[in-house]
Design a protein around this ligand. Structure first.
Ligand SMILES: [Zn+2]
Length: 227
């Protein structure tokens, strides 16, 4: 039920973001995989998400620095509870989704839906999702473009894998037993319907393609993502 989760940027980048974005608190510990028993509360969810953002900022900041580029973090996360409560450009953000909005440079997510989804799949998967949406912001910063949506999506999956794998190797992130399986299960759940043409505007890739892209990045870092 979460195949729409890795949503598309809803509109083209705009030079003047206007949304106000709540600031994030950064927890000192980043340990996914602690609440595997379906008891994740909204608060725990928000804490894990903030941790995922903090790890992503640290990771991408280091990558940009290594290549002599200035890094500006994504402006923030915008939780919402109802369809169209949050606007991305001129479009209302739909219920039951999470997406990167290039027009405002923020990641928006439906709180109730997201908490429910992570109760189903687990919190390691939250790091994947944040990593994927964050990667769309990085693609925008790098000026990456592809002719087909699916190539943007699979690269974002690969970048999410690199962010998690490299952060684990750098000991900025701890994966616990079961987390890798959780990531495999989650990637299977977000795969496109096998009948979806790969060139369809909303195509993200089949479960197999998405898993392959993610684990290529996870194991081999950004080289595997064409970056
Ligand atoms: Zn995406």
């Amino acid at each position: 039920m979460i195949d729409s989760v890795a949503g598309e940027p809803l509109s083209e980048p705009s030079a003047a973001p206007s949304q106000s974005v709540p600031s994030q608190t950064v927890p000192s510990q980043t340990v996914p995989g602690q609440q595997e028993d379906g008891t994740m509360t909204v608060e725990e969810f928000e804490d894990d998400l903030s941790a995922a953002v903090a790890v992503a900022e640290k990771y991408w900041s280091a990558q940009f620095q290594a290549s002599g580029q200035q890094f500006t973090p994504i402006r923030g996360l915008v939780p919402y509870e109802r369809a169209s409560e949050v606007a991305c450009g001129n479009e209302g953000v739909p219920a039951n989704n999470a997406l990167y909005c290039s027009a405002g440079d923020f990641i928006a997510y439906d709180v109730d839906w997201a908490v429910w989804a992570f109760q189903q799949i687990g919190d390691a998967f939250l790091f994947y999702l944040l990593g994927h949406e964050y990667a769309h912001g990085i693609q925008l910063r790098l000026g990456v473009t592809f002719a087909h949506t699916i190539d943007m999506e699979l690269q974002a999956d690969c970048m999410a894998g690199a962010y998690i794998g490299d952060s684990v190797r750098a000991k900025a992130l701890n994966l616990q037993e079961g987390d890798l399986q959780e990531l495999r299960d989650g990637l299977t759940a977000v795969g496109d319907d096998p009948d979806q043409p790969w060139f369809a505007p909303g195509a993200h890739g089949t479960a197999q393609e998405r898993s392959r892209a993610f684990f290529a990045g996870y194991e081999k870092s950004l080289d595997a993502c064409g970056l």
